[in-house]
Design a protein around this ligand. Structure first.
Ligand code: ADP
Ligand code: MG
Length: 723
């Protein structure tokens, strides 16, 4: 008999069957049927009410409060017809989580009967107990009031469990004093700010008709699946989302045989259920595939407007986690569940567009002549150079620190990859004379029957944290467990700032008689002179780049969250958010507080788990092994046979070393007095993290020595390879 729980888990897993879902359904039949969409509203609302609501949704005008009661009643009728007894205000607090407050439609009448009731006021305003959410000092508990307010731009939907249906209403979350306590309000504000500056620039370029400019987002979500029978035997996976111990497996990802390999059937059945749920909720699932590491996968929807994409991304994470459970998997969204194995990111594809000028980051066939594109792309370059440290700060979490800068994920240094063609165009602009652009070439397979096609003008650079990919930028440094809102807020806001600056420059020049096109090139030349240091097309993983970026180009390398988060307190960042109206100084300060606290808490929980597991699981296993070995050694000795004691000695040494490292970690965790949050974070990043690594190093070495049948934790090769 092997170690009981582990062997039971393996037995359970090898006997699992895929859980079949309902027979396939037609896409058209299930698309968005769980959403109270504009179409459904049109069918059940009086014409005037529908028109007023549609105007709010599509052109960002204020909601007319007089329509709220009618909309609420129609929304309730629809939800009740779907079986809903409860409704929930859904909001996105400053953590990366989704929060919900549930209430029943039930209203007891004077005669003892009940009816379902839902008024306009309850649709528009909710009042969750604000004090249970981190607020970064904005509210003290005695003035804990917080409000949720209906976000009209994001449609309501129903969520089904096996036992019922809940109407979910996307909302924003504010304090009693009106400060944003969530990620949605600043996201909507950042889109507004970007729209204003973008419109100015487009008008200066000569467009008369300029529709509202929105930002778009398509997020690629990477994740791991581990059988829940294993995960349930690993407290670290359950509580910290990552393995805190685990010796590297003999077979890792060195064969590159998982990436785009055939998807295991059990996993595909899971994915199909996820996709079906997404379609029902109007989320356009589009790609699914294996990722680089064994047990790692990816799902990406088609891009949508940033607000919808952000809400949908939160839903995708929820659906992945819940559906995985049903299929006997734990879905790990952590950035680095397994040391030494590729981590997970969430590539945020981002662009800006409107219905009159289209995608403003689309270079078209002649990028060097496309001044609209060049102006917007130049604005992005300027923004990333000026606020690269902010982009680093908005992806700073304890979990993403394990990934950034490791040899698989983009570095913690922010730079822009443009591709050879565009980099050349921008260099010509810097020289002051743009004559041509390198044409794309035809791809010929050398096989007569295969069609030829145009090659993309630039290859992909997977080592860049922020890469231009044809008609959008891909922010690749974002972590897999993160909300996309933080990164989107930063991108929209720095773009708003750059476009505002460009508009100012253009205005001055154009009013003094310079032609728009000449003015744009002059502005871009200035941008390139000041900011081209941020453009980098080489290998972002290399040592040389890390040195060059910092020493020659003056870019910041902020390796840990402790280094990155203080950027949120920097004057130029405060000013950026104030002048664009995206976050007030108080709101920004509160975000620093919340994110720092989350960082400290996350690592402290992990460190406590390390102590716990080392003492109560690993040490006892080592001791038991020593008892077995020493017992056998002395019995053999009685029989006149000598067993080499090296192994015994080695296990004893490692166990002692692990325990003394554990004692040091425990002592270090007891420290409570810190001069500032910054100091506390530094202590966590350096002292605590390195002590945790010390414990792990000895524990993992023990895993290589102690008899397999005594080892208490499912091993890497089991979790990654047994399907
Ligand atoms: P990759 O080849 O980078 O893995 P995927 O197809 O997996 O690409 O994902 C690319 C993502 O970029 C998709 O979500 C796609 O819809 C999105 N995307 C495409 N165009 C835009 C755009 N203009 N704005 C934002 N996202 C976009
Ligand atoms: Mg992809």
């Amino acid at each position: 008999m092997g170690y009981e729980p582990r062997s039971q888990a393996i037995h359970q897993i090898t006997h699992r069957q895929p859980i079949a879902v309902k027979p396939p359904e037609q896409l058209e039949d299930i698309w968005a049927i769980d959403v109270f969409s504009l179409n459904k509203m049109q069918a059940c609302l009086p014409k005037g009410v529908y028109k007023s609501l549609k105007k709010t949704v599509l052109s960002d005008t204020k909601l007319d409060p007089s329509v709220a009661d009618i909309v609420a009643s129609a929304m309730k009728d629809w939800a009740v017809s779907r079986g809903a007894l409860y409704y929930a205000h859904v909001f996105y607090p400053m953590t990366n989580a989704t929060a919900e407050k549930h209430d029943g439609f039930i209203s007891v009448q004077s005669d003892g009967t009940v009816i379902s009731e839902f008024s306009g006021t309850t649709l528009i305003k909710g009042e969750p107990d604000g004090s249970s959410f981190p607020n970064g000092g904005i509210r003290s508990t005695f003035e804990a009031r917080g409000y949720t307010a209906w976000d009209v731009t994001s449609p309501a939907y129903v969520m089904e469990t096996d036992n019922g249906v809940t109407l979910c209403i996307p909302t924003v979350f504010v304090s009693w004093t009106g400060e944003a306590l969530d990620k949605k309000i600043p996201l909507l504000r950042s889109i507004g700010a970007m729209n204003e500056s973008a419109t100015k620039v487009l008008k200066l370029l000569g467009y008369k008709d300029v529709a509202r400019v929105n930002s778009s987002c398509g997020a690629e979500q990477e994740y791991f699946l581990v059988d829940s029978a294993f995960a349930n035997n690993r407290l670290d996976l359950l509580l910290a989302g990552r393995t805190l111990f685990g010796k590297a497996p003999a077979k890792g990802q060195q064969f590159d045989d998982h990436y785009f390999g055939a998807i295991p059937e059990r996993v595909q059945v899971f994915m199909q259920e996820v996709e079906r749920k997404m379609y029902r909720l109007g989320i356009p699932a589009k790609t699914r595939h294996n990722e680089v590491a064994p047990g790692q996968f990816e799902i990406a929807p088609i891009f949508e407007s940033a607000g919808a994409a952000a809400d949908h991304q939160q839903l995708i994470m929820t659906i992945l986690r819940n559906t995985a459970k049903k299929h006997g998997f734990a879905c790990l969204l952590h950035e680095k569940p397994f040391a030494g194995i590729n981590g997970s990111g969430k590539h945020v594809n981002w662009s800006v567009s409107n219905s009159t000028q289209g995608n403003l980051l689309d270079p078209g066939d002649n990028p060097h002549k496309n001044i609209q594109f060049l102006a917007f792309c130049g604005a992005v370059i300027r923004g990333v150079h000026k606020y690269g440290t902010l982009m680093r700060a908005v992806i700073a979490t304890a979990s993403n620190d394990h990934r950034l800068g490791a040899n698989e994920a983009p570095p913690a240094i922010m730079s822009v990859y443009l591709g050879t063609q565009l980099e050349d165009v921008f260099n010509q602009i810097k020289q002051g004379c743009v004559t041509d652009c390198q044409p794309g070439s035809m791809m010929d397979f050398g096989v007569g029957t295969l069609p030829t096609f145009m090659k993309d003008s630039g290859d992909r650079n997977r080592t860049s944290p922020f890469a231009f990919t044809g008609n959008r930028f891909e922010f690749r440094a974002v972590g897999s467990s993160q909300s996309v809102s933080g990164p989107l807020i930063a991108l929209n806001t720095i773009l708003a700032d750059s476009l505002e600056w460009i508009a100012g420059q253009l205005e001055t020049q154009i009013s003094s008689g310079v032609e728009a096109e000449t003015a744009v090139f002059a502005v871009l030349k200035e941008i390139m002179e000041k900011h081209s240091a941020v453009i980098f097309g080489g290998n972002g993983y290399s040592e040389e780049w890390h040195k060059m970026a910092v020493e020659e180009r003056g870019l910041a390398n902020l390796p840990t969250t402790a280094d990155a988060l203080p950027v949120l307190k920097a004057e130029h960042v405060k000013e950026l958010f104030s002048k664009t109206g995206v976050l007030s100084p108080i709101e920004l300060e509160s975000r620093f507080e919340v994110y720092s606290e989350q960082y400290v808490l996350t690592v402290e929980v992990e460190a406590n788990l390390v102590v716990d597991i080392a003492k109560t699981k690993i040490y006892p296993a080592a001791v038991q092994y020593l008892a077995e070995l020493s017992g056998t050694t002395s019995s053999l000795k009685d029989m006149g046979i000598d067993l080499n004691k090296d192994s015994l000695q080695k296990v004893a040494d490692l166990a002692n070393k692990m325990m003394s490292a554990t004692a040091k970690l425990e002592a270090a965790l007891a420290k409570e007095e810190f001069g500032s949050m910054e100091e506390h974070m530094k202590y966590i990043a350096h002292d605590i993290c390195s002590l945790m690594n010390d414990v792990r190093e000895h524990a993992d070495a023990l895993e290589g020595e102690v008899a397999d049948h005594l080892w208490p934790l499912p091993k890497y090769q089991e979790m990654l390879f047994i399907k």
